[in-house]
Design a binder for this molecule. Sequence first.
Ligand SMILES: O=C(O)CCC(=O)/C=C/C=C(\O)C(=O)O
Ligand SMILES: [Fe+2]
Length: 312
Amino acid sequence: MTVKLKCLSHTPLRGLNDPGAAVVAEVDAALAKARAEVEAFDPELIVIFAPDHYNGLFYDLMPPFVIATAAESVGDYLTQPGPLSVAKDLALELTRHVLDSDVDIALSHRLQVDHGCTQTLEELTGSIDRYPVIPIIINSVAPPFAPYRRVRKLGEAVGRFIAKLDKRVLILGTGGLSHEPPVPLLADAPEAISEFLIAGRNPTPEARAARQARTIAAGKIYGTAESLQTPLNADWDLAFIDLLVQGRLDEIDEFKIEEISKAAGRSAHEVRTWVAAFAALAATGAYSARQDYYRAINEWIAGYGVVSAEQN
Ligand SMILES: O=C(O)CCC(=O)/C=C/C=C(\O)C(=O)O
Ligand SMILES: [Fe+2]
């Protein structure tokens, strides 16, 4: 087994509310480098930890963690629609392994995934179906959340499974860092919003366009006095990246959900995917990591980072 890791932010607003050309070029260069590294590694399997933003998972049955044996991209926010190349049998084997490791996880034989999963796949591999993949969705957007220590345990269980495979495996984490897009909350939601959050699967094109328009409008004022959303927090982001790079993963068990929401925004919990990814890598052996890129980008509502790691 050979394992490499990449964790990066995603943004619904790429191509819809871009920052200046210089920043876009800087991010494009960071992604091109990451993509070239993936191409050279030529993974035989990708394990991707990703969030969902009320496209595949709703409060009619909201699992903390899900492994998919089949997944279809909904194609939101300019991402590619259609099926992913899910490694079905391995995904099922992984599910058994995780359950046997005393971590409860849900299983889906037909999961819809959104830009939170597919944007990173496209950016790093050129498409959503280039390599065999196992999608693992970690609830990062729909409270209540499993504690961070539990996310680390999930990652460790997945890592022990990867360690037994005779394959080149790329572990991906996608989301974060600090940010707060206008994702509605169930608590105190008006009837129409709560109905959507509970059972809003397969929205009409008009409903999807309205969602996207709201996010674009939020991006236009994010980081200004006009915005009601928690702003980006570069200090928090860089401290979190340092913790991962320095291998201080045990400190994550003490992370407090409410404190993170206040300091870095409600969607900063997407870093749970990075936590699981690093815990998985660490379970395969000692690692070296580096920060490839970081910039707080208000137009994209994203503390935007790219981090790489590999076994020593
Ligand atoms: O219904 C919607 O589209 C709500 C907005 C939304 O899903 C935004 C997602 C934002 C991110 O993925 C992000 O900033 O990480
Ligand atoms: Fe997201």
